[in-house]
Design a protein around this ligand. Structure first.
Ligand code: FAD
Length: 464
């Protein structure tokens, strides 16, 4: 039975993709001590923490229990100006860190493509940025974290202390406990600007060659890819590279206040667009125009960090572009050795079947980290797909290609992967399950994704 005390709000809730929408019971504790109390007092009800709700699918949803909002865990606790180490609560967002620390010359060492995520959410999916090939995932910069376990016990862990728990928690989707505090290393910057370099690639081979050639020179790299182009243009892309700019690279106006940027207006999508608006014809027209807009083969410029890292954040509620039914993002990674072949197969299938993505992003990833962390050395492609008839069958076809080439799907973006496909894609899952079974034998931390993927504790493992 779900408790319905007055402090519990009943709401229809979804992730960023607006699929699935699930009736949820929400709690919003004000203090860290209240988090412990909720965990201890609600023994017969499962709980899952929720940050900013920017994961796309069902990871921060709990239809059979309570969803615990972490938004009031938003205090910065200490900062060491010498080392750049910040101690903060887990509900602090990347946006808040930027607002406070970029003007003081410090920047998040890893940031995803939106700044509206919490530190807890970033750890729970061990997120990657445009610098993963060099700087690794978010967890590499986490010095330590504090976790409330299912027993109510509060433990500290890091890659050195309680390391099994640490590697199960990074990427662990909130299923090992609630992260309350974090020690995070920021990286020093001279300016709030990025020296950006855009290059055109006429097909996938050119794009991969450009990534390989330019990556040693640039800390950040990402490519927009036209996933509906076919024939000799299959995989045509615009590669965007960047480094933090030095003061002497700025113009005189920027040099006056090198660590400040002007805030720009944000636009709102006023209503849900008709579901069919983004179709193969509109997307293919948009892609053609976007590719043609950059006339020369390469363009260099100095732009502020918001424009480089977070272009989508300028459009508030852009998830409404896909209509009421919502959308999923299909993001997968394939190992370096098989990347070219696998990407060609996926792009050919998208182009052939007309499953275009308005936004398709290609990135190079580096080494693996947590047991359920997504990255592996290789290329990752992210495709946004509206929920409409035929999508699940199509994505299952893509799963088969990804599995065949030794890759995996990113669970932060997922809402439909099967338990069997998950097990083929995440070979370190048994190690994760062993830790989960020890620290949470009765599945007190549980969510829509843990039930869908059947990744709940096995009691026998508790004795191991
Ligand atoms: C526009 C856009 C761009 C993105 N770009 C990238 C990208 O470039 N790279 C990338 O890796 N990801 C990217 N993402 C995905 C996003 O970074 C992750 O889904 C991230 O986890 C969202 O954080 P959140 O605070 O919104 O967490 P939520 O979505 O609320 O929750 C995500 C998971 O974290 C868990 N969680 C949240 N808080 C805690 C806590 N305090 N303790 C324990 N568990 C917790 C939840 O239970 C859930 O399992 C992008 C998302 C969007 C919308």
């Amino acid at each position: 039975m779900l408790s319905k005390s007055p402090s519990i709000l009943e709401l229809e809730l979804s992730g960023w993709g607006r699929y699935p929408v699930i009736k949820s019971y929400l709690q919003r504790p004000e203090k860290i001590s209240s988090f412990s109390e909720i965990v201890q007092e609600s023994k017969d009800i499962s709980v899952i923490p929720r940050g900013a709700g920017r994961s796309y699918g069902d990871a921060a949803l709990n239809p059979k229990g309570h969803t615990i909002l972490t938004e009031r865990l938003n205090r910065m606790l200490a900062f060491d100006q010498q080392t750049g180490i910040l101690r903060c609560e887990a509900g602090v967002t990347i946006k808040e860190i930027l607002e406070v620390f970029a003007p003081r010359g410090w920047f998040p060492a890893v940031t995803p493509g939106t700044k509206f995520v919490t530190i807890g959410g970033a750890i729970a999916f061990d997120v990657h940025g445009k610098n993963h090939h060099l700087d690794g995932a978010f967890s590499r910069h986490v010095k330590s974290l504090t976790l409330i376990l299912a027993s109510g016990e509060v433990v500290e862990c890091s890659s050195q202390e309680n390391s099994d728990l640490f590697w199960a928690t990074v990427g662990g989707m909130g299923l090992t406990g609630i992260i309350t505090e974090v020690e995070l290393a920021l990286c020093p910057i001279q300016t709030a600007y990025i020296q950006s370099h855009k290059l055109k690639a006429n097909n996938l081979d050119e794009a991969i060659a450009l990534f390989t050639e330019y990556e040693p020179q640039y800390q950040y790299s990402v490519a927009w890819i036209d996933c509906l182009a076919s024939g000799r243009s299959l995989g045509r892309s615009i590669l965007m590279l960047g480094n933090h700019a030095q003061v002497d690279e700025l113009d005189s106006k920027q040099r006056n206040q090198p660590l400040q940027i002007q805030s720009k207006p944000r636009f709102k999508v006023p209503f849900d667009l008709p579901a069919g608006l983004l179709n193969r014809y509109t997307i293919s027209t948009f892609n053609g125009l976007y590719f043609a807009r950059q006339r020369s083969r390469q363009v260099q410029s100095i732009i502020d960090y918001d424009s480089f890292f977070y272009p989508l954040d300028f459009l508030w509620d852009w998830n409404r572009l896909y209509g009421k039914q919502g959308f999923v993002q299909y993001q997968f990674v394939v190992p370096l050795e098989t990347s070219r072949e696998a990407l060609l197969k996926v792009l050919q299938l998208c182009s052939h079947k007309g499953w275009g993505s308005f936004l398709a992003v290609l990135k190079r990833l580096g080494s693996h980290s947590g047991w359920l962390s997504f990255p592996m050395p290789g290329y990752t492609l992210a495709l946004d797909m509206p929920v409409k008839p035929g999508i699940w069958e199509f994505l299952e076809q893509l799963d088969q290609i990804v599995i065949q080439y030794g890759g995996r799907v990113y669970l932060a973006k997922d809402a439909r992967l099967s338990p069997e496909a998950f097990r083929s894609m995440y070979p370190s899952f048994p190690k994760w399950l062993e830790v989960k079974s020890k620290v949470d034998p009765y599945n007190h931390f549980s969510s829509a994704v843990s039930r869908r993927l059947q990744i709940e504790s096995i009691r026998e493992l508790v004795q191991v």
